[in-house]
Design a protein. Structure first.
Length: 369
């Protein structure tokens, strides 16, 4: 734990001042607040790179809405087949609206959730097979100094969603206002500006899940979390505090950023990490995984498989949970197998396709509680 705290403290030193939060017009950018990604040490791909990868035909950071439908009061699920914006409310004094995204992907749209007076956004992608079918839901959290659209470009989860029939949502973290891809998550000790501002990201994700379950045909037994870097830290915090909500989680280049994790039940977790990661150290990630094995009541012995530079260890745990590590010798911080160029000075491992490994692990878990 002391090692993780030192890592996170060092990363957080790149944070900057806090400014006001806002979402202007139909922009699909993170809510502004602070600065820099301690966990990635570089900004995400440019808007042009993200657009080329995802096939977008309009500027990636812009969401166009239908003015005629801006005040429609039909259920939010209507956004799947029309371009209307919708609004609803919940007992937590939060409101949401769904807005059709103007790109070549006609099943992709933006949801805005207002929590405690602060508007937050997320990009939602539905597969073609969504009509009348209860589908798994994957929540994918970007790293710091990034946004949801950049994570989609980096991971290609939309393609997997279309192939395997699940909904994927990319929430946007709190940004510093300098560009459309500057978001971060309050994962505990990391990362600014969200952590230093005390942003309630747990509340945001929980309210977002509530809204999506109300408005889309989601199979509540198959709700999953994944994330990269600061997003992976947020994934682990969410699982600590809301274990019963998720069937399984996957952390890529992440670690546990809170002092104490006491999940209400055993949590199946996958950690993918490179031994050469200098942003979030491999030893920190393995310490966190040891904490998960302890809380999950796992057996002492792991099944181990080695293929080239990749070592996979799997521990069987209580209540059918399992903990798995995929360790890539020499790999650095970027998402393994990504088609998007790594930040300057870093190399993307091609040893595995992390997106496929993540979905393979998650999809075999179904909540029977």
């Amino acid at each position: 734990m002391e090692k993780r705290r030192a890592d996170l403290t060092a990363m957080a030193r790149s944070g900057a001042a806090v400014v006001a939060i806002a979402i202007v017009g139909a922009a699909c950018s993170p809510v502004p607040v602070g600065r820099s990604d301690p966990s990635t040490s570089a900004v995400e791909p440019s808007a042009t790179a993200r657009s080329e990868h995802s096939g977008a035909t309009s500027a990636p950071s812009v969401v166009r809405t239908d003015p005629a439908g801006a005040n429609a009061s039909t259920p939010a699920i209507a956004a799947r087949t029309t371009s209307r914006s919708t609004t609803s409310s919940s007992s937590s004094s939060s409101s949401t609206s769904a807005q059709r995204r103007s790109t070549s992907a006609e099943r992709t749209f933006t949801v805005t959730v207002t929590v405690d007076g602060h508007p937050r956004s997320a990009i939602v992608h539905e597969p073609a097979s969504s009509v009348g079918t209860a589908m798994p839901l994957l929540v994918a959290l970007h790293g710091s100094s990034s946004d949801g659209q950049a994570l989609e470009a980096r991971t290609g989860f939309d393609r997997l969603a279309d192939r395997f029939g699940f909904v994927v949502v990319y929430p946007n973290g709190v940004g510093d206002g300098t560009n459309a891809a500057s978001g971060s998550w309050n994962a505990g000790q990391c990362c600014p500006p969200a952590s230093s501002a005390g942003i309630d990201d747990v509340g945001f994700i929980v309210e977002l899940l509530d809204q999506l379950e109300r408005s889309l045909p989601i199979d509540h037994r198959r709700i999953y979390l994944t994330g990269h870097s600061n997003g992976a830290m947020m994934v682990q915090r969410l699982a600590c505090e809301h274990a019963a909500r998720f069937a399984a989680i996957a952390s890529v280049a992440g670690t546990l950023g809170i002092g104490r994790c006491a999940p209400a039940r055993a949590v199946s977790i996958l950690e993918i990490h490179g031994t050469g990661d200098t942003n979030v150290s491999f030893s920190s990630a393995m310490d966190s995984l040891a904490d998960w094995r302890s809380s999950d009541g796992c057996g002492a012995n792991a099944h181990m498989a080695i293929e080239g530079s990749v070592t996979t260890r799997t521990w069987q745990c209580q209540h059918g949970a399992d903990v798995e590590s995929v360790e890539i010798a020499g790999a650095e911080h970027p998402w393994p197998g990504s088609r998007v160029a790594a930040p300057t000075g870093q190399v993307t491992s091609t040893a595995i396709d992390a997106s496929s490994v993540v979905w393979s692990f998650l999809s075999r878990h179904v909540d029977t509680g």
